[in-house]
Design a binder for this molecule. Structure first.
Ligand SMILES: [Ca+2]
Ligand SMILES: [Ca+2]
Ligand SMILES: [Ca+2]
Ligand SMILES: [Ca+2]
Ligand SMILES: [Zn+2]
Length: 667
């Protein structure tokens, strides 16, 4: 153990000494010429850092001398572009670069926009980089301090720190939007009707160090957790702070359209990056990519599925789309990573950026609220066979870009009945609004997929990850051999008497797996043991958890349809405990849950006579007690209770009813 710790410390020491420079010692940039797919495969199999662009017939690779020897051995033709990247970029920002704003200048521009336009522009610090720099974005919208029922759209750049054109575009765009408010009619309309997020430097250490990677030497655009596969020196999905900050940003804002900017070639690419087959939203992707291209100032801006340019795993756009459902595009704005005519490239991209903001509000939208309280509901919205989007939990609104047509919406939410709304028509250049009232009901399941991994991919399976959301329906996501998934239950799963949740396998051939649980995505993970097919699990010594991780046992064949454990659903048990059959027939309706000010209890105990109502905390202490005459409806004031989890007990002469209640005060 000591030896292991020493090894870790030594490793950290290496990383921190490495972190002082942006690139590895003697790292160089080379251009490798690729005539065909088999040459690209030879290069890919060397597992080096860089971007392969089959679409352009070349790759830009970042190699140290012994890696260069491997390229020489492979007989691939290459050209040396930069012989020592650290030396080359050493004085890039000093003296000040005339074409580009530095990290400090971009941050102070963001601050000054927020100060000069406080009604429509707000700077949000999302996190801090490894070397202590701000990871920040701007929100540009009317009533900027309030989350309104408006479509949200995101632009980010600079995940590869040396590709400095994207961030430069974005800060100029932010400035033009703000200064145009009130005078430019189009900008004014969009700022009034959308929530625009501009996130110019995803990897600020990389910008200062002029490096592709972050200060840990990891390519953040291979570190994302949807079909992650250990590329770009990433040792775990979401292993880097820059990646986790982006993940949390995506979870907090259900974007309708998201665009991420790069340089190295000129093209628009869309998911999937990790597989050849088309994503269910393929037609939506190609429509918006074509619009981006045709409305741009480029004479030719090709658009294609990312995989067709070259396969990669762990990219931001797969993660953004795969976990949250927006249209997510990568735009490569220039062959040069630091083009001298940056103003020209900005001008080529203004109209398409405006078009993306516009289209973020087209398609389907709606408001999802509790039918009794009117409060917003956290829901997954499935539209035909597209990847689901999620409601904004602050307002309850959702927005999904779709092409004109007639659609069926299926809205799934924990502790509500599923709603299916069909025949929703969408016409061109507008949005169709649907008001969705959700009826309280018992039942809690997976709310969202949080991370998914299949070692070395399994293209033979359709990889239907959204199939695990909601109640069991025999529609599965197959984990793949040794694959694993992290499920977000959203509300805490409590440890009550007996088993606490049930994992469902949705086919007739049971397969083995391990089940782990955690309060946080970052761990610690507790192992609850193994299962074979559907099985109930007990939280044992834990009080409550939010995330469930299921890992296939590694048996069987890797590259076939339905390889690995076939996960259908996870159901939270113990919503109702200690109920005898007689009481079951008079199970009350209790809402909202979580409760803010009031908890409504429909007792349905007309035949039960006198009853006792007890609310106790998780230590078993009573926080409320009443013994009362028969009543069909009871309203309990919880506004003065501390936030947390409580157990509601109803006793009558026919038995006992219990349900866990969450008290959460909206701030
Ligand atoms: Ca607004
Ligand atoms: Ca238990
Ligand atoms: Ca099976
Ligand atoms: Ca299912
Ligand atoms: Zn890039």
């Amino acid at each position: 153990m000591k030896k292991f710790l020493f090894g870790c410390c030594f490793f950290l020491f290496l990383l921190s000494s490495f972190a002082q420079k942006g690139w590895r010692d003697s790292e160089m940039e080379i251009k490798v010429f690729l005539n065909n797919q088999s040459e690209a495969k030879v290069l890919h199999d060397l597992h080096l850092s860089g971007d392969i662009h089959m679409n352009g017939g070349f790759a830009l690779m970042y190699v140290v001398p012994d890696e260069l020897e491997r390229i020489k051995d492979s007989q691939l033709r290459y050209e040396l572009l930069i012989s020592d990247l650290n030396a080359y970029y050493n004085n890039f920002w000093n003296p000040a670069n005339e074409q580009y704003h530095s990290y400090d200048q971009i941050i102070s521009l963001m601050d000054s926009l927020a100060t000069a336009f406080p009604g429509i522009c707000k700077k949000i610090i999302l996190g801090t980089s490894l070397q202590g720099r701000q990871i920040a974005c701007l929100k540009i919208s009317d009533n900027v301090d309030i989350d309104e029922n408006e479509a949200e759209v995101a632009f980010d750049g600079g995940i590869h720190g040396d590709e400095i054109g994207g961030p430069e575009n974005l800060i100029r765009f932010a400035r033009d939007l703000c200064t145009g408010y009130g005078s430019n009619t189009q900008y004014t309309d969009l700022i009034n009707s959308r929530e625009i997020y501009i996130y110019p430097m995803v990897n600020p250490d990389g910008r200062v160090n002029m490096s592709r990677t972050n200060a840990h030497g990891v390519d953040c655009n291979r570190d994302f957790g949807y079909m992650w596969n250990g590329e770009g020196s990433s040792i775990n999905p979401f292993s880097q702070i820059e990646t986790r900050v982006m993940r949390d940003f995506m979870n907090a804002h259900p974007f309708s359209i998201h665009v991420t900017y790069h340089s190295g070639i000129e093209e628009v690419i869309f998911p999937w990056c990790y597989r050849a087959s088309h994503a269910p939203d393929y037609n939506n992707f190609t429509y918006l990519s074509a619009l981006y291209s045709s409305s741009s100032g480029y004479s030719n801006l090709p658009y294609l599925q990312s995989y067709a340019d070259y396969p990669t795993n762990g990219e931001l756009i797969d993660d953004s789309y795969g976990l949250n459902g927006p249209v997510s595009l990568t735009v490569e704005i220039s062959y040069d990573k630091q083009p001298t005519d940056i103003l020209g490239y900005y001008q080529k991209n203004i109209t398409p950026m405006v078009n993306m903001i516009k289209n973020a509000g087209y398609g389907l939208e709606g408001l999802i609220t509790d039918s009794i309280t009117g409060k917003p509901v956290a829901a997954a919205i499935f539209i035909d066979n597209f990847y689901p989007v999620f409601s904004d939990t602050l307002v309850g609104d959702f927005h999904k870009f779709v092409l004109p047509g007639t659609y069926t919406l299926t809205v799934k939410a924990n502790n509500y009945e599923t709603r299916v709304i069909s025949g929703v028509m969408v016409t061109s250049g507008t949005s169709t609004f649907t008001n969705v009232l959700m009826k309280p009901a018992n039942g809690s399941h997976v709310a969202k997929v949080a991370c998914v991994v299949i070692p070395d991919n399994n293209p033979a399976d359709e990889a239907n990850t959204p199939a695990v959301i909601g109640a069991a329906d025999n529609v599965n996501y197959s984990l793949g051999r040794s694959g694993w998934i992290i499920l977000d239950m959203l509300q805490p799963v409590l440890n009550i008497n007996g088993n606490d949740f049930k994992i469902y396998e949705g086919d007739a051939t049971p397969e083995g797996y391990t089940c782990m649980v955690s309060q946080s995505m970052e761990g610690l993970w507790s192992n609850l043991g193994t299962g074979l097919g559907s099985k109930e699990f007990d939280l044992a010594t834990l009080n409550s958890i939010r995330y469930i991780k299921i890992k296939d046992d590694g048996d069987g064949v890797a590259n076939i349809a339905d390889a690995g454990f076939d996960l259908d659903a996870v159901e939270v048990l113990g919503q109702v405990v200690g109920v005898n059959p007689e009481v079951n027939s008079i199970v009350p309706v209790i809402y909202p849950n979580p409760a803010n000010n009031e908890l409504n209890i429909g007792t349905k105990m007309n035949s039960a006579g006198c009853f006792e109502l007890i609310l106790s905390n998780m230590l078993g202490q009573y926080v409320f007690y009443i013994k009362t005459e028969l009543k069909e409806f009871y309203r309990l004031n919880v506004s003065n209770l501390d936030e947390g989890i409580y157990l509601l007990t109803l006793k009558c002469d026919k038995g006992i009813f219990q349900q866990k209640i969450i008290v959460k005060h909206n701030k």
